[in-house]
Design a protein around this ligand. Structure first.
Ligand SMILES: [Zn+2]
Length: 369
């Protein structure tokens, strides 16, 4: 069983460097000033990626699962610095063709549809990447996400809370919790942090958030309340759509994620990782003599702080033993076939409902004495 970790890939663009290898007039850096420039930009990119990684791994719930997150970086060389801003007539020659004014929104940054393949081509250098983050070396604030494409794009002016907000879209499939003038959706949205339901019964029916709302919280919930509730206004809509909390990073960048958004992040993390990272001995049929003592071991994922629970079972009956290894004197078993099972469950307080059992893993060995 191999260890599966989440791999985030950071691609930078907008560095002023000599030559894009594919272009006809490309030439390698040769003069000292160019090398200095290259070094300066590379150092800046390294600093930017470190700043992003530090912020990501200090922010919950990523902080709790930081040991399961790998971050790779790929530097993509562009001829010009900055990115396009068509509304001001500014066009730059950059490797991924990133632009402000995406779909008419001034600070939305993305690649035009016909250039999106360039992001994937750069990302192909790290084929195991689960999530792609594109940093554009650009002074102005901007960013966007493709919710079903696992891509977030931000400018280097937006490396902190802004990028975490964008990952809320691209990684956790969350909606904006800010209100606005849009019309409410006609049907219940699929996103975990949006609902048209304004009663506990309605929330139960659509399987959203009801289990987070304390008995003392009125539903719908006035703005004066804290905790999880049914607060009107989000998804770009002022009336008839209800967000989970008064504040959340999906509404206000400087705030932490609300409990509903934290839960959704952790469920998405467990889409890629499992509570059991490895076991020994290998999962083959085991034959042992009565004088042997076998040691069964599990290497669990270790959230921080430790919220994982280990349970061992012999022939389906629970053992009073919760360590990562189980010594088993074979002489204590009757002759014949036996099953040893280990179950590892993450009891993180971030998740109250795990309908598909993502936070629990089970492994069984068959032993014949
Ligand atoms: Zn939220």
């Amino acid at each position: 069983m191999g260890v599966k970790r989440i791999t985030a890939l950071v691609v930078s663009i907008g560095c002023v460097l000599w030559g894009i290898p594919e272009t006809a007039d490309a030439r390698p850096p040769s003069s000292a000033p160019t090398w200095q420039l290259l070094a300066t930009k590379r150092e800046k990119f390294d600093r930017d990626v470190r700043a992003f990684a530090d912020h990501l791994l200090k922010t919950q719930p990523y902080a709790a699962y930081r040991h399961a997150i790998n971050i790779h970086k790929v530097n993509v060389i562009s001829r010009d610095s900055g990115i396009d801003r068509p509304s001001l007539g500014l066009y730059r020659d950059t490797a991924l063709d990133l632009t402000f004014d995406f779909e008419g929104v001034p600070n939305a940054v993305y690649a035009p549809v016909e250039s999106e393949y360039k992001i994937y081509r750069a990302a192909a250098l790290v084929p195991e990447a689960d999530l792609i983050v594109v940093l554009a070396n650009e002074r102005d604030f901007g960013g966007s996400s493709g919710p079903l494409k696992n891509i977030s794009v931000v400018t280097t002016h937006a490396l902190g809370p802004e990028l975490l907000h964008e990952l809320g879209h691209s990684f956790a499939f969350l909606a904006d919790e800010s209100d606005g003038p849009s019309a409410p959706p006609l049907r219940e949205p699929t996103k975990a942090n949006v609902t048209l339901e304004r009663t506990r019964e309605g929330l139960r029916r659509v399987g959203k958030r009801e289990y987070w709302i304390e008995e003392t919280i009125p539903v719908p919930t006035p703005e004066s309340y804290s905790g999880v509730g049914v607060f009107e206004g989000e998804f770009g809509v002022s009336r008839g759509v209800f967000r989970p909390a008064r504040t959340c990073k999906m509404r206000t960048l400087g705030q932490p994620f609300c409990p509903v958004c934290l839960e959704q992040h952790v469920l998405r993390l467990y889409f890629y990782i499992r509570p059991i990272e490895a076991v020994s001995p290998p999962l083959a049929a085991i034959k042992a003599a009565s004088g042997d003592t076998l040691v069964f071991r599990v290497i669990p994922l270790e959230p921080s702080p430790g919220t994982r629970q280990i349970e061992w079972f012999l022939n389906g009956l629970p053992l009073d033993h919760h360590d990562a290894s189980l010594p088993l004197p074979v002489g204590t078993l009757s002759p014949g076939q036996h099953t040893i099972t280990v179950v590892v469950t993450d009891r993180t307080p971030f998740v109250r409902r795990d309908p598909t059992g993502l936070l629990s893993s089970r492994v069984s060995w068959t032993l014949t004495r």
